[in-house]
Design a protein around this ligand. Structure first.
Ligand code: GDP
Ligand code: MG
Length: 353
């Protein structure tokens, strides 16, 4: 619904739909950019949908919008949040978000979930767990596109970050489910990476690889309330010991191990303070800017890899030869290396020959 326009009563929904479609088409890239810069959420949402679109005709306009929004997008704080399902991420984001909003900031919450095995139920569940945020005028919640490879979803999330920042959101939370590779992807798009952990479970149990712990800028043990408090404190001690043995991180600041209860709203402002201190510290040392520059370089490489891999596997000669090479590998009549070289050779000849 467009802001400020009263809803039209009792009109055939099909007509409304086609009008909506027609309306989308008339925006030029510049109109999209103007709408985004003026903070129009409807236009922001539509622009995000464009960047998520798999239709080739949307690609160019989406890229033009992103390019024009980019200069308006550097001043926010980008925070990544990960943890296994049930760690308390959604509940935490609701409580944490309210603390951030109370300072007059504007908050966008994006999620990355390439598993996309999400049922409608769990999305609804998340909405009810972020019930305060979902109705707050200065908060914007956007779930990740449900289809696509992790690389694709990650790229779209980065682009969504840029659009949200241009629309005036100065605090970006990117949530990811900590069960796969998505934590590594999230790490390349945020300034601060927060790992939520449950008490009483070994880290293997929580599906958190050691590498993820080393990426964290802070670790938070959740659900520090009721009967759980002792277990939380024990886990906190365990993680502090573990972290003390890691090599000092590039930021020059060792990650803290904090605890919180989202239900009782305890420990939440301390976490926000920890993040702000980190941002202030790394801004002074120049590390933050350096981190963002490294991320930009990494993004370039990711884009090249994604592009080349797509171009390779879509190549008609490659597609013809690939099943044959796989068969030969099963018969052990070729080595993987040689099979790969033959395919690459075909590809190169097709592209340049
Ligand atoms: N006791 C307690 N339970 C919590 C707290 N935060 C979340 N939970 C519960 O843990 C469950 C999973 O929370 P949710 O936010 O959906 O976790 P997510 O899967 O990581 O997003 C829910 O039943 C929550 O009510 C907390 O601070 N204290
Ligand atoms: Mg959740």
């Amino acid at each position: 619904m467009t802001e400020g326009v009263p809803p039209t009563p009792n009109i055939n929904p099909e007509i409304l739909k086609s009008r909506k479609r027609a309306k989308r088409k008339i925006y030029s890239a510049d109109e999209f950019v103007d709408g985004i810069l003026s903070g129009n959420r409807t236009i922001l949402s539509q622009a995000i949908t464009l960047t998520e679109s798999l239709l080739p005709e949307h690609y160019d306009i989406a890229q033009e919008i992103i390019g024009k929004c980019l200069p308006h997008s550097a001043l926010s704080v980008r925070i990544g949040i990960t943890g296994v399902p049930g760690a308390g991420k959604s509940t935490f984001i609701d409580a944490f978000g309210m603390v951030v909003l109370e300072e007059g900031r504007r908050l966008a919450v994006l999620t990355i979930d390439p598993s996309s095995g999400r049922t409608r139920g769990s999305i609804l569940g998340d909405k009810t767990r972020m019930e305060r945020l979902s109705v707050h005028p200065h908060a914007f919640i956007r779930p990740s596109p449900s289809a696509g490879t992790l690389g694709g979803v990650a790229r779209k999330t980065r682009e969504t970050i840029i659009l949200c920042e241009a629309a005036g959101f100065d605090t970006i939370l990117v949530e990811t489910v900590g069960v796969g590779q998505s934590e590594t992807a999230i790490h390349t798009m945020v300034d601060f990476f927060l790992l939520l952990m449950l008490a009483g479970a070994g880290d293997e149990l929580q599906g958190i690889k050691r590498g993820i712990m080393e990426m964290a800028d802070a670790i938070v043990i959740t659900k520090a309330d009721g009967q759980n408090i002792t277990a939380v404190e024990r886990t906190q001690g365990m993680f502090r010991n573990a972290i003390a043995m890691f090599p000092p991180p590039g930021s020059g600041r060792r990650p803290e191990v904090l605890t919180c209860s989202s239900h009782e709203n305890r420990g939440i402002s301390e976490i926000w303070k920890n993040i702000r201190d980190y941002i202030e510290f790394t801004t002074k040392t120049g590390y933050l800017e350096e981190r963002r520059k490294h991320q930009a370089v990494e993004r370039m490489h990711d884009t090249i890899t994604e592009y080349l891999s797509k171009s390779f596997y879509n190549n008609s000669e490659v597609r013809l030869l690939l099943p044959e090479m796989e068969k030969q590998l099963f018969n052990s009549s070729v080595t993987s290396y040689n099979a790969a070289l033959r395919l690459i050779d075909k590809y190169n000849k097709r592209m340049h020959g």
